[in-house]
Structures are given as structure tokens and as C-alpha cells.
Design a protein around this ligand. Sequence first.
Ligand code: SF4
Length: 521
Amino acid sequence: MPHHMFKCSECIPERKKHAVIKGEGEDLTSCLPLGYLSTIPGSISERGCAYCGAKHVIGTPMKDVIHLSHGPIGCTYDTWQTKRYISDNDNFQLKYTFATDMKEKHVIFGAEKLLKQTILDAFKAFPKIKRMTIYQTCASALIGDDLEAVAQDVMEELPDVDIFICNSPGFGGPSQSGGHHKINIAWIKQKVGTLEPKITGDYVINYVGEYNIQGDQEVMQDYFKRMGIQILSTFTGNGSYDDLRCMHRAHLNVLECARSAEYICNELRKKYGTPRLDIDGYGFEALSSSLRKVAMFFGIEDRAKVIIEEETARWKPELDWYKERLRGKKVCLWPGGSKLWHWAHAIHAEMGVEVVSVYTKFGHQGDMEKGIARCEAGALAIDDPNELESLEAMETLQPDVIFTGKRPGEVAKKIRVPYLNAHAYHNGPYKGYEGWVRFARDIYNAVYSPLQRLAFLDISKDEIPTDKGFVTRRMLSDASLSEDVANAPGLRQYTGNYDSVSPLREKTYPPFERPSPVEAA
Ligand code: SF4
């Protein structure tokens, strides 16, 4: 597996060790790209900072909380409507952004008074919200403001409020991943065990590393509830602050995104002995085996089996419709961290697309190792790419679509490569059986969009065809299919609703008969 030197980065020779091409039968451990190191000067990274990782990824999905940044207003930008971690309390955490808006004078004279006043103002403006998280930024960390002391002062003044402090300034790690770690550890140290939950079931889990992007958590919660499992807390998508204080009482930590949240699972195991089970909500195979694993832990395999059979029968014909039309399409799988290994094999096996490149912005070498292992030979793996490297890779690999974030995604559009938002999704949720079909549908729509064809024309020099009338995606996708495949009985396009999440909020779940004490023993 040789290292790969981008032409555009020849002036930054250290970059060579951050990219490799997977060869046939390579020993994956001998030549992994370097990862989770500080960005090399001269390379303009697409990474976020450690504050961003703590707040924007992990902290803010908590739904019943005022999320306050103690720093300049610019640090908060990414929270305001650019993320899609929805919640069932009317998206409180998405609608408002709070910051102390520090200026130069605060850097000189200190900003603790400003912080206290902002906390009081925020609680006054939203009297029903009694919980707050405060995030340190570079500016407030450098001047040494004591966030804990200010929060303590407020909690004494307002005894019905509770405040969590996250000291994860932007410079607190090489990337957002440093912030993931810091907020995991801060939460367990400060808050876990400070409240006792009401246990209502025999099987109790924390659902960890799940951020409810466009409703993912609510989809997975539906499966758990159908199995009679109580979700004590979700860390942190659609999660409630007080539920998360009760994490110590779960029987099992079910971990979805290991990159961002394995730390708290490991601490819960050390401190409370709670076992950890890693699962995967993406893809029919991975999801089915995940539901089986959780069920096996509690001895309720029959309940998982019913769900897997029902969901597969409902959605597989639709997944296969897209698979026939996506077979052989090339994709650059360029998400932030763990999705490269959650998705690499699953999209190839279940949707037929070829993963020609994987990259990670903040993943560690372990993420690369898993991602590369799940790719086919020839895939280009890149750690912390800069914009020019991404462009060079796209020009060389000629993907039909890329899955990435909005910054590199907009760059891809300029060279007419369609992109799907791998962080916030397009028309998600993407987890769950139906969600996986929605993902396939989004890929299909991106790859075969007639508008995309028009985008390839240069009106200053290309001949514009005027004799073809309009074309639809179906006309484009089915042109090369045999009659048998194009009209295969039993396969069909997505038939779900535009909004697949809201109905779940209305759903009720019949109780399971509780096992007798003898059975339970
Ligand atoms: S690096 Fe520092 S100043 Fe920049 S957004 Fe992050 S916390 Fe704010």
C-alpha cells in the first residue's frame, strides 16, 4: 500500500505520509496514513477546532438546554441552523444561539462579569429552561476566566438551575476530535450520578454516540422500544440533560459513533461496570446484526427477529430498485470521522456503488484502518486533506458523486461533481431500514439529476442540444438497463413519506409481559 504524493502538495513533502492507495492483498497495518496529528503548516485544513467538536458535535444536540459560548460571537456560527440535530421539543437547541460576545476590552479586563450577566439574561429570557452548558473558547481560555466559579455563583443564586462547564478551547487538540474527548470526560466527571432515574423496564440502555441527525435517534429508538428496551438516556441527540445525569443506572451502553463517544463508555465501564456494545444503524446487514446483538445481551432474540423480518420485507425491494441503478457508480466517501467505516462496505454491498476514495478530517489511525479494510483495492485513503488535494483527487478519480461536508461539497459542485451532505444529510434520516433506502434515493437523485447534466455544459462554447425534449432521472438511469431489470417485478422506488420521523413521536408501544422471577434468574 504505497504512500501517495499529491502534485499540488509537493511543496509540503510531509503530506506524503497522509495518503495511501490500497493495493491487492495489502497488509493494512504496515502503511496506514498518519492521522490525528496537528495540521502541517502550509496545508489549509478543512477541520474544525476542539471547541467545535465539543459544542457543535456533542454538546448542542442536548435538547432542553441553553448552550452558551463564552467567547467571540464568531465561534458560535456553526450552531445556527447549519446542523440538523432535530429534537422532539420543537428544536429548542437549534433555534437559538447564545454567546457572551466577548470583545477586546474583555480580553484586557476579564469577562467573568459579562459571563454572569449573560447567564442570568438567558435564563430570564427562557424561564422554562433550567439547564445550561457553557463552552470555553480560545479567547476565554487564554485570559483564564473561571467558568466553574461563575456557574457556581449563579447556581447558588438560582437554586433550580443546573449548569455544566465544558473547558475545551479551540486549541485543545489537533482537531474537533480533541473536543469530543474533553466533553465526554467532563460530562462523566461533573454530571453522571447526580440524579437518580425512574427505571420502568427490565432492559435498560444508554444509547451513546448518536446525534439525531434528521431523526436518526428517533428511528433507532423505535426499534429499541419495539423490543421492550428502556432508553435511559441518549448521548446526546434528542437527549435530555437530566436523563444524561442518570447514565450510571443503565445495564448496557449501546455505542453508535465510537470515534466521538467511546470515551464516556469506557469511563462508565471503569466507574460503574457498565458493559459496552458497539452497534451500527446504517445498512440492512449491519443494522440487523446490531439489533440481534443487543437482543442477545438481554436474551430477547425473538423480539429482534420479528422487527428484522418485518422491516426487511417492507424496505428491501426498494433498496434493490436503487441498487440496480447505482451499480458501478463511483463515490468518494469523504465524511468527517467514523462514517468512512460505517458506510464503506455497506454502500458497496447493498447499493452496488464503488468506493474509490475515503478520507477523514478528524479520524484517528484506527478509523482509517477500519475504513481501508472495508474498501476495495485501488481506493485512495487521505488523512486531513486540503482543498487542492481534494480537487486533484476528484479530477483523477472522476467520481459520480461525493459524500462529504458542506465546505468541500461546495468546492465539488464547482467542478460539477454532485455531493451529498454526509454530516447533516440531504433528505434523512439515513439510519434504520427506511433511512437506508432514503440514502440510496438521495444518491440516485444526485447521480441522475438532469440538472447535473446541464451543469456540465459550458454555454460559451458547447453545443446545446435542443432536440431531446426534457429528460427525467428515470430515463437517464434506465437507459442502460435490460428490460428484465428495468421492469423487475417486486422492485420499486421509495414509497415512504417525506417526513418519516414525526409519526414516530405519536406512536405508542404495547408492554411486553415481564419475565417471571424464575425466568429472569
Ligand atoms: S479555534 Fe478558537 S477562536 Fe476559532 S472557532 Fe474555535 S474556539 Fe473560536
